[in-house]
Design a protein around this ligand. Sequence first.
Ligand code: GDP
Length: 368
Amino acid sequence: ALSIGIVGLPNVGKSTLFNALSAAGAQAANYPFCTIEPNVGVVPVPDDRLDQLSALVKPLKKIPTSLEFVDIAGLVRGASKGEGLGNQFLGNIRQVNAVLHVLRCFEDDNVTHVEGGVNPVRDRDVVDTELCLKDMETVEKRRERSLKNTKMGGKAGDEAKAEVALLDRIKAKLDEGLTVRAQKLTDDEKAAIQDLFLLTDKPVLYVANISEGQIGKEDSDPRVQQVRDMAAKEGAGVVVLAAALESEIQQLAEADRPGFLADSGLTEPGLNKVVREGYKLLGLWTYFTVGEQECRAWTIHKGFKAPQAAGVIHSDFERGFIKAEVFGWTDLVKLGSEAAVKEKGLLRVEGKEYVVQDGDCMHFRFNV
Ligand code: GDP
């Protein structure tokens, strides 16, 4: 499963956000290292299209697709040198596909700030520095191995020399504090270092964690502005939310949420934005299977062809793929039934080369 790791300094609200996300109820507490084990939560992806399809078809079951979030604790200044159990936590970042970086923008005298005061851009630099240092270590290890290989003759030796040169260049830039994702590597260069799973190579989404009192005033909040400016420079997204409030929202009964949201000045939970933006960050698309038994959303990567998309449901579907019947979700909602979609000639039969589109409704035909 694709996963997003939640990182940030201690006491910025990571666990609070994670708990809200997974509604798993792990304890949030006012001290560093309260979450020792990496926590994993599976979060449904809110999707209005699935809601509309289900409202029309009234299936027995409505099943959204999901995204995995991992709460990664223990990042502090010095983590790359093993400070505060740091090293072992950094390894947990290696396994995720993208990073959600939580930045504290809220003031609260009761919540200690490990760096001595609220300053989200500095906090981001502290974390990125640790990640860059760790990546330098990883790159150096690989460089030593490649250096040995340069002694080989012929093509292998030449390749090793090119690799050493590349690694030297990446390391020098990391040393200047430039993350790998900001280094604008070519596709070939990316492929050459892919198996290093460098921490600063992963796509990032920032969360500006504000206090309840700041809701509605984000645009005039200097700290939120600083975060937005910083993120814009690297082309990253920002979601502004109040993690503590998000956690309260999740504890409410479904029916009580709309009123509570309105009273808080929100149109939807901030978490929905986090999940949606995370999904986008990973380059993911959704297709639907629609039937009286169930309406269900499935996750694919952009560019998946029909057999690959079928394989998300079951590997047998991919192996025995014959063809797919496809129509757009809007056509079904507009026309009211699959029969009507067919009558209008909007149901297409597609083969193995069809690239599935975001929002397609699919029926697969396959051999067993
Ligand atoms: P972590 O160390 O980053 O996982 O931080 P936690 O989620 O454990 O939060 C640390 C403390 O900050 C807890 O006491 C939270 O209740 C508090 N906290 C988290 N988010 C907010 C927020 O939006 N506003 C305020 N005032 N406190 C928060």
